[in-house]
Design a protein around this ligand. Sequence first.
Ligand SMILES: *[C@@H]1O[C@H](CO)[C@@H](O)[C@H](O)[C@H]1NC(C)=O
Ligand SMILES: *[C@@H]1O[C@H](CO)[C@@H](O)[C@H](O)[C@H]1NC(C)=O
Ligand SMILES: *[C@@H]1O[C@H](CO)[C@@H](O)[C@H](O)[C@H]1NC(C)=O
Ligand SMILES: *[C@@H]1O[C@H](CO)[C@@H](O)[C@H](O)[C@H]1NC(C)=O
Ligand SMILES: *[C@@H]1O[C@H](CO)[C@@H](O)[C@H](O)[C@H]1NC(C)=O
Ligand SMILES: *[C@@H]1O[C@H](CO)[C@@H](O)[C@H](O)[C@H]1NC(C)=O
Ligand SMILES: *[C@@H]1O[C@H](CO)[C@@H](O)[C@H](O)[C@H]1NC(C)=O
Length: 534
Amino acid sequence: MIPLLSAFWILLCALGGATAWQAECAAFALPSSVGSSGTLIAATYYPAGALVNVTSSGGAVLSSALPAFCRVQLIINTGSRNLTNTEVWLPDAWDGRFLAVGNGGWSGGVVYSDLAYSGIVNGHASMSTDGGHSSSSLDGSWALNDPPAIIDYAYLSVHTSVVIAKEVVGAYYGSGGGFKSYWLGCSTGGRQGLMSVQRYPDDFDGVVVGSPANWISHLQAWSVHVNLLVSPQNGPSWISAATWALVHQEVLNQCDGLDGVVDGLLNDPRRCFFRPEVLACRPGQNTSTCLSSGQIGAIQKLYADYYETNGTYIFGRLEPGGELAYETGLLGPAPVELNTDYFKYMVLNDSNWDYTTLNYSTIQLADLIDTYRLDAVNPDIRGFAASPHNGKVIHYVGWADQLISPHNSLYYYEQMTTAMNLNTAMNVDDYYRLFPAPGMTHCSGGDGPNGFGGEGQSAAGQPPLLPDAEHDVLRAMIQWVEQGQAPEYFIATKYVNNNVSAGVQMTRPLCKFPTEIVYNGYGDTNNAGSFYCA
Ligand SMILES: *[C@@H]1O[C@H](CO)[C@@H](O)[C@H](O)[C@H]1NC(C)=O
Ligand SMILES: *[C@@H]1O[C@H](CO)[C@@H](O)[C@H](O)[C@H]1NC(C)=O
Ligand SMILES: *[C@@H]1O[C@H](CO)[C@@H](O)[C@H](O)[C@H]1NC(C)=O
Ligand SMILES: *[C@@H]1O[C@H](CO)[C@@H](O)[C@H](O)[C@H]1NC(C)=O
Ligand SMILES: *[C@@H]1O[C@H](CO)[C@@H](O)[C@H](O)[C@H]1NC(C)=O
Ligand SMILES: *[C@@H]1O[C@H](CO)[C@@H](O)[C@H](O)[C@H]1NC(C)=O
Ligand SMILES: *[C@@H]1O[C@H](CO)[C@@H](O)[C@H](O)[C@H]1NC(C)=O
């Protein structure tokens, strides 16, 4: 009887609590401090287990398994335009923290999937914005002759939304402003995170950045450039997906064992000096089993140290090991719309721009326009990292990234380290740590372990193996900010077919750069415990 009775009481209290939150949500009004910067569109309560069915180009949710929350929909007036859609999801079971999540590509939609699966399921009051326009993530045409729209997307929508979302959180929970704030974003979300660190150092205490698209002017030039090395389809340098698979096998033949483990993964592809000429077609050889001279030349350029033009460093190289995703990534029959739309709608304002005419003066123009606009490349992050703010950054990147050269991450890390070491007495390790992930493609996916709580991973069915600071990058960040314990490594998980329902295939530590993942020489290579960082 007694256990039953207490179960009844717990149920009653839970229901009473939910009713109270439901009433709080229904009556929610923006605090007067928000002023004309925000307009409340709706506040809708979803009881635990209610059907949540919301869709945008940023990421949909269709679930009846979410905890109870209040969905606050806002229009944000950035001071430039009054067109940013922002949502704040406020769980009943709040853990006392604020989380903002980032966008992908050219954005254009609230990222519902991350609000749900990185945010409220973990108890965080969570925010996402559409960046000030509605579009698919590949479509940049909204930017044509609309500088204020570009500025909103570049930094104002996120920043203004964060300021207002924090007011919403403080008002809703009656907590005032004493809570910690975190950012989780990959790709454009990584750019937005670094932009916050560089431009608005008070917005967050901890910023988790994945494969950032932070050097837009150079990234887009490089993306078009690498495509032109192989396109058009069936031209002399074209490499089909089947031929890339052949190249991948040869990369593994030449380089897989360099890290002491033959497992289909290059723990550090920088050690691989790949020689595609080994696959050159011999007289009479079936050409689907070998490479033409055009293909060899293209691969040599793609894997050269870096891309430079007119003596200017543009961007890092593609890495050997990522071949299986290159044809569906940047190296398809033509450049990705996202890449050409940058020059068409944000640089040249010419929707008829012919990408085959990309040249150095266009890159120079992009540099000039975007240094203080879209690019988040300022290496001086003293405002964020130094006392009294003491902010922290965790940065990760997949070595098999098919959309943004992983070297972009190393490049920013080294630029930042140089500038900070020249200007401060602080140790970089005390505020910024970088973790490369073997075999992981852009933000998630690929042959390597790629579930560790990075943005979009949980929503894509690859959650961290365990909800703790050793397996989840966001929990590691929280532990660093709140307990001062910094991560040396994470354990990333590879699920069979990159699907959690199919079970675990392997785990492996991701080591803090520049330490490397080292095999102990005897353990199960599918087990993280057989590796250490050195
Ligand atoms: C911003 O837009 C909203 C929704 O269209 C509107 O209700 C609000 O009055 C506008 N605010 C300002 C300051 O123009
Ligand atoms: C979810 O919403 C969409 C669009 O409103 C609708 O077509 C669909 O039937 C809904 N799904 C469920 C399971 O209710
Ligand atoms: C194109 O428009 C953007 C603003 O939208 C401006 O910064 C840029 O200078 C323009 N480019 C040219 C070539 O006029
Ligand atoms: C060439 O190799 C491909 C792939 O192995 C095979 O499908 C094709 O039949 C071969 N062609 C000839 C002429 O042998
Ligand atoms: C570079 O490209 C721009 C834009 O397409 C074009 O106007 C210019 O003439 C080109 N410059 C050179 C040197 O080809
Ligand atoms: C870049 O180099 C090319 C080839 O040497 C040259 O033709 C071109 O004028 C240079 N462009 C600029 C803007 O300096
Ligand atoms: C993941 O696996 C489960 C069970 O095998 C299956 O039902 C589901 O469709 C898979 N999800 C994806 C995205 O493939």
